[in-house]
Design a protein around this ligand. Structure first.
Ligand code: 3PG
Length: 206
């Protein structure tokens, strides 16, 4: 099964900011225990690659790197064991690096021009970001209309209350978000709390 299909099956992609590598293993276990074995570990902290390396030991976990904004981070993410790359905006540099590295890229898009740039490089599943701030499902519908083959993973301002509206659209493969892995619980080391929230998120979309 392709990574795009796996993400479409899971329907949710937790966006993660790890500040302490010691959180990586218990977080992987918490997500697997919840039945949501997928993580986008963002390069917003210096220990992102280290965390990805630790989490890559969990073979059941679909593991990607997020907030990847240059080719060096693509290399770091690949070496650490990430199997897909996400960025907040479309980056020609990241796109080229992913093609060269054989990694799947989910580029962020915020305009028709971004969509066309992504399509020109062969990417057809795109992160609509920041979804809520850009007008939510109405904007997404308008973006999707001219590009029937394009699928979206909206992220940004999505939560348990509005995730259903997005997933109801046929073009939406999955939704990303940080609400499933709250920083507060991570900082407190409350991994059973994270399992609970991730399970609740899954129940909400059943
Ligand atoms: C991302 O990079 O995908 C976003 O920062 C996640 O957005 P959220 O925190 O609003 O879910």
């Amino acid at each position: 099964m392709t990574i795009e299909q796996q993400i479409a099956d899971l329907k949710l992609v937790p966006v993660i900011k790890i500040t302490d590598p010691a959180h990586a293993a218990p977080l992987a276990e918490a997500l697997i225990a919840a039945g949501l074995p997928v993580a986008e570990v963002t390069f917003r902290t210096d220990c992102a690659a280290e965390a990805i390396k630790i989490m890559s030991q969990y073979k059941d976990l679909l593991l990607g790197a997020g907030t990847v904004i240059n080719a060096a981070q693509v290399e770091e993410a690949k070496n650490a064991g990430a199997t897909f790359i996400i960025s907040p905006g479309f980056s020609p540099e990241v796109s080229k690096a992913c093609i060269a590295a054989g990694l799947i890229y989910f580029p962020g898009i915020a305009s028709p021009r971004d969509i066309q740039d992504a399509l020109a490089d062969g990417w057809k599943t795109l992160k609509f970001f920041p979804a809520e701030a850009l007008g939510g499902v109405n904007t997404l519908k308008a973006f999707a209309a001219p590009y029937p083959g394009v699928k979206f993973v909206p992220t940004g301002g999505i939560n348990a209350d509005n995730v259903g509206e997005y997933l109801a659209l046929p073009q939406v493969q999955a939704c990303g978000g940080s609400w499933m892995v709250p920083n507060k619980l991570m900082d407190a080391g409350d991994f059973s709390g994270i399992t609970k929230i991730a399970k609740e998120a899954l129940n909400k979309i059943k």
